[in-house]
Design a protein around this ligand. Structure first.
Ligand SMILES: [Zn+2]
Length: 380
C-alpha cells in the first residue's frame, strides 16, 4: 500500500514535498503522495465501459432560473447560446440595485422580454439607516414596473453582512421584514441562497470531502467562531419563509440541503411557499442517484432547473452536463469538464427522470413561480 493521502496537485508537475513547506500548497487538482512526497498528479482513467450520451438540447424548453452574467455579455450571444442549448429563458440573478439594475433591465430585459430575465438585489450596507426597508421597497416597486422579475438574496446575508453593532445580521432580522412582505405583494419571487455545503462549515483537513476545493478557495470556508453555524443560518431562513407565507421563496442550490434530501423534504412539506433550484448541486444529486431520483420524482412540482453559470459561458460550460445528469441513465461520469473538479472528488450517475418530471423541472415550475402564462409564450 503506497497511497497514503490524496492532496493538491502540482502546478507544473514539478516535485513538491509536503514536508518542506505546508503553507505553499500547490494550486489545484489531484495528486498522490507517498509519505510527504508528491509522486505525480493522479488522475486515473476508468476502464469501465459505459454509455456516454451527448445531450445537446434540453428535452423540454428550459428556464435557467439561476444564472449569473456580467453586463459585458452581448444579449445576442446569450440568445444564440440559449437557442443552441434549448434554453427558453435565463434569469440573471446579479441584476444589482440602483443605476446598475436600471442598466441591466435596459440592456437585457428590453432586448428580449421574457427570455432574458433580471432579478434585482438589495443594498444591505444600508441596513442601519432608518429608511433602509422603505427605500428597498420603493426600488422593488420601480424595478417591477420596469420588468424586474424577482429578488435575489446572496449568501452573505446570514454569514458575513454585519450592522453597526458589529453583529452578523441574521436573515430573520425584523428590519428586513417589509422587503419580504413587499415581494409577496408585488408577485416577485425571492431566490435566496443561505448557508453553503456542509463541508464549508467543517475543518479544512484530510477528512473534509471538499478539502481540495477549499485548498483552492480557503475564503469559501465558514468554519470557526467568526461565523454562525450552518444550522442557525438555515433556521433563520426557515423562520422568514414561515412568517411570510404570501411570498414565494426559491431556495438556491436545493435549499442548501443537497447532502441531506430527507431534511430538504421535511422543509418542502412544511412550507408550501418554498421551492428550490438544483443549480450547482449536480455533484450532490449524481452521487446519490437512487435517493435523488426518488426525491425529484416525488417533489417534481417544487424543483426548478438552474446552472449557476450562463448559457454560452465558454470556460465552464455546464448545461449539457445537467441534461445528461437529469435525462440519461449514463453511469459514473464526470460532472464537469475543467481540469479539476469544481466541488467533490467523485463521479456521478444519470437520474433518467420521467418526461412528466422533466417538463416541470425544466419549464412549468418556473412558469408558475415567475407568473408566466402559457398565453405569454404563444405571443412571444
Ligand atoms: Zn448563484
Amino acid at each position: 500500500m503506497i497511497i497514503l493521502a490524496i492532496g493538491a496537485c502540482l502546478g507544473g508537475g514539478a516535485a513538491w514535498s509536503l514536508g518542506q513547506d505546508r503553507d505553499q500548497d500547490p494550486p489545484m487538482g489531484q495528486a498522490i503522495f507517498v509519505g510527504d512526497t508528491v509522486l505525480k498528479p493522479y488522475d486515473p482513467v476508468p476502464s469501465l465501459v459505459t454509455t456516454a450520451t451527448d445531450v445537446r438540447r434540453a428535452k423540454f424548453p428550459a428556464t435557467d432560473i439561476h444564472a449569473h452574467w456580467p453586463a459585458s455579455v452581448e444579449p445576442a450571444a446569450l440568445l444564440k447560446a440559449m437557442d443552441d442549448l434549448g434554453v427558453e429563458r435565463a434569469v440573471n440573478l446579479s441584476g444589482g440595485f440602483g443605476p446598475q439594475l436600471e442598466r441591466m433591465l435596459a440592456r437585457y430585459h428590453t432586448a428580449a422580454p421574457g427570455r432574458l430575465v433580471i432579478f434585482g438585489n438589495v443594498d444591505f450596507s444600508r441596513i442601519d439607516e432608518p429608511t433602509f426597508a422603505a427605500d428597498a421597497v420603493a426600488m422593488l416597486e420601480r424595478g417591477k414596473a420596469q420588468g424586474m422579475a424577482g429578488l435575489k438574496i446572496f449568501k452573505n446575508l446570514g454569514l458575513t453582512i454585519k450592522d453597526r453593532s458589529g453583529r452578523v445580521v441574521p436573515i430573520d432580522d425584523p428590519r428586513i421584514d417589509p422587503i419580504w412582505a413587499a415581494c409577496g405583494r408585488l408577485g416577485l419571487p425571492v431566490l435566496i441562497h443561505s448557508a453553503d455545503p456542509v463541508a464549508f462549515f467543517a475543518p479544512i483537513d484530510e477528512r473534509n470531502e471538499r478539502w481540495l476545493q477549499l485548498k483552492r478557495h480557503p475564503d469559501w470556508s465558514f468554519f470557526g467562531p467568526a461565523f454562525p453555524s450552518r444550522d442557525d443560518v438555515l433556521a433563520q431562513r426557515d423562520r422568514v419563509i414561515a412568517k411570510h407565507r404570501g411570498t414565494t421563496f426559491i431556495g438556491a442550490h436545493l435549499g442548501d440541503n443537497a447532502e441531506d434530501l430527507a431534511a430538504l423534504e421535511a422543509r418542502l412539506a412544511r412550507y408550501p411557499n418554498f421551492v428550490v433550484d438544483l443549480s450547482a448541486r449536480e455533484a450532490e444529486l449524481g452521487r446519490q442517484p437512487y435517493t435523488a431520483r426518488r426525491f425529484l420524482v416525488k417533489w417534481q412540482d417544487r424543483v426548478l432547473f438552474g446552472t449557476d453559470r450562463y448559457p454560452g459561458r465558454a470556460d465552464q460550460p455546464r448545461h449539457r452536463l445537467y441534461y445528461r445528469l437529469l435525462e440519461t441513465d449514463d453511469e459514473y461520469f464526470r460532472y464537469y469538464d475543467h481540469p479539476f473538479p469544481p466541488t467533490g472528488e467523485w463521479r456521478v450517475y444519470g437520474l433518467h427522470l420521467p418526461d412528466a418530471a422533466l417538463r416541470k423541472i425544466y419549464q412549468s415550475n418556473a412558469d408558475r413561480v415567475l407568473g408566466w402564462r402559457v398565453r405569454d409564450r404563444a405571443v412571444r
